[in-house]
Design a protein around this ligand. Structure first.
Ligand SMILES: Nc1ncnc2c1ncn2[C@@H]1O[C@H](COP(=O)(O)OP(=O)(O)OP(=O)(O)O)[C@@H](O)[C@H]1O
Length: 351
């Protein structure tokens, strides 16, 4: 269990700025997911933490000990930090037990630790198997067990589920999360997958252009994104103009929009034009008028299984998408419906 802190870390490759001063804190015993578009610096960040890259600036601190910083570069083998790559890179000629015990001392190999971590990842009794007798998902479980075995200060997971199909991914990430938690490991998970980041991690950090734009609990990043870019990156978002002629409402401020009155948290002071962000699942559609009555015209309905999206034409001429449960009976295109926004939304200064 270790706390990891990145303070303004920067890394260039020639003229390419891969990290432009990234700040991040991973509290001890927690898993932080790093999310961001291709090329934003996620892998570089992991490589710097592991010690495979030297920093140009900034500092990496593990449990109060600087492992990288001005004049300091602790080599990877002395950081006690492990990486689980996309495909586990198991030693093909070693059994599962020997793979997992590879980084351990002879004494530790003889102890229960190997079986303990195999049990944590759901592979109790698989010790004698060879890697080629395991499925892709099982191989990744072994890779995670091997990483956990020496009780590293930090475990880095570089898109460890990306080669697996969707059903297996969900199960594996849940089990890996449980294994890390049971072992009180501190981890960083790099992923492209928004729902994976939001569902699996204690904290989510969103990166862009070598910087961390926002980090915090998944619920906060989803519901209270720092800006419209983060909002759109972590989920679907509807952006509406609003006037800041705010009248006080209960539990926040109520703004007037084309989707009717919307409750927002904090409103930037001294601005009249605002942009409000609404998640599509916050929009309720009803065939009969609801109070207060705001209407929209249905443009179309797209069925996705567990949910469906409804495209709506609002009174101000804009088109937006609402998300409804999959069992909702589709409303015919051209029909008029009433709309209402539930819950609290986020507002920013316009532009
Ligand atoms: N060894 C290298 N030499 C030169 N440029 C590099 C090197 N490694 C990374 N880069 C560049 O640094 C930037 C950040 O790359 P990085 O691999 O960290 O991004 P990423 O967020 O992990 O991307 P992806 O999601 O596609 O894996 C990119 O512009 C990339 O092309």
């Amino acid at each position: 269990m270790s706390r990891l802190e990145l303070r303004g870390i920067a890394k260039r490759y020639g003229s390419v700025v891969a990290l432009a001063g990234a700040d991040l804190i991973v509290p001890s015993g927690t898993l932080l997911a790093v999310l961001g578009p291709s090329g934003c610096g996620k892998t570089t960040l992991l490589r710097c933490v592991a010690g495979f890259e030297r920093l140009d600036a900034g500092e990496i601190v593990v449990d109060g000990r600087t492992v990288a910083g001005p004049g300091v570069h602790t080599p990877p083998e002395r950081r006690h930090i492990v990486i689980v790559p996309q495909e586990g890179a198991l030693f093909p000629h070693l059994s599962v037990r020997d793979n997992v015990g590879y980084g351990l001392s002879r004494e530790e190999r003889r102890s229960d630790r190997v079986e303990e971590v195999l049990t944590l990842v759901g592979l109790s009794g698989y010790g004698k198997r060879m890697p080629h007798h395991l499925s892709g998902g099982q191989q990744q479980r072994v890779a995670v067990a091997r990483a956990l075995a020496p009780r590293p200060s930090v475990i880095l997971l570089d898109e460890p589920f990306s080669a697996l199909d969707a059903g297996l991914r969900t199960e594996l990430r849940r089990d890996v999360r449980a294994a890390l938690r049971a072992d009180e490991a501190t981890g960083i998970l790099v992923t492209h997958d928004q729902s994976e980041a939001l569902s699996v991690a204690d904290q989510v950090a969103v990166m862009r252009d070598g910087r961390v734009l926002q980090s915090g609990p998944a619920v906060d990043v989803y519901r209270e994104p720092a800006d419209s870019w983060v909002a759109a990156f972590v989920g679907e978002a509807v952006f509406l103009p609003a006037e800041n002629g705010a009248r006080p409402g209960t539990g926040g401020t109520t703004l007037s929009t084309a989707l009717g009155p919307i409750t927002v948290g904090e409103v930037p002071a001294g601005t009249s034009r605002l942009t409000v962000m609404v998640r599509p699942e916050q929009i309720r559609i009803a065939p009969a008028p609801v109070d207060p009555v705001v209407t929209a015209t249905v443009v179309g309905h797209d069925f996705h299984g567990h949910d469906a999206t409804v495209t709506l034409h609002l009174i101000d001429g804009s088109r937006i998408t609402a998300r409804v449960p999959g069992h909702t009976v589709p409303v015919a295109a051209g029909a008029t419906v009433s709309v209402k926004v539930e819950g609290t939304c986020q507002a920013w200064r316009d532009g």
